[in-house]
Design a protein around this ligand. Sequence first.
Ligand SMILES: Nc1ccn([C@H]2C[C@H](O)[C@@H](COP(=O)(O)O)O2)c(=O)n1
Ligand SMILES: [Zn+2]
Length: 169
Amino acid sequence: MTETSTGKRTGYLSWDDYFMAVALLSAQRSKDPNTQVGACIVNAQKHIVGVGYNGFPTGCSDDTLPWCREGAFLDTKYPYVCHAELNAVLNSGPGNLTGCSIYTALFPCNECAKVIIQVGIREVVFLSDKYAGTDSVRASRRMFDQAGVVCRQLIPASSTISIRLTENG
Ligand SMILES: Nc1ccn([C@H]2C[C@H](O)[C@@H](COP(=O)(O)O)O2)c(=O)n1
Ligand SMILES: [Zn+2]
């Protein structure tokens, strides 16, 4: 790691990469075998006020409800799973989310877009847009546009971050 003339460390994480990394770390908690999504809500003071990942509601077993994508609707995950963005909102403290930004690993669906707008979040920073072109994402974009919520895709400064969980040596 290099230093500046004042000795300040360089190569530290930018705010954008940091908040997206928190979202991605949260996604590692997801039991969804196909798509793991994390979200992180940040206020104007750059404080994290909520994080979440996609999973079944509290008290609904990860081991008995289905994780399938196909088949009869009730035998798939879709009617049961809470999306990362919804969980991040629900996990936020008592404070107001007006003016906050949400960092999410995947562009929000139309149901989460409604929640994001209604709680006053003003910016969506996303990494993947793998469902662009679906009706759900088209509806999200339409609502965000009308509501004046700014969406931007994050181009991270670095493609990987490594974290050691054990002491060096
Ligand atoms: N913005 C999003 C989009 C999707 N999710 C969740 C919902 C499912 O658990 C999974 C998508 O599954 P797939 O259809 O890709 O097998 O991701 C979310 O939390 N946020
Ligand atoms: Zn959603």
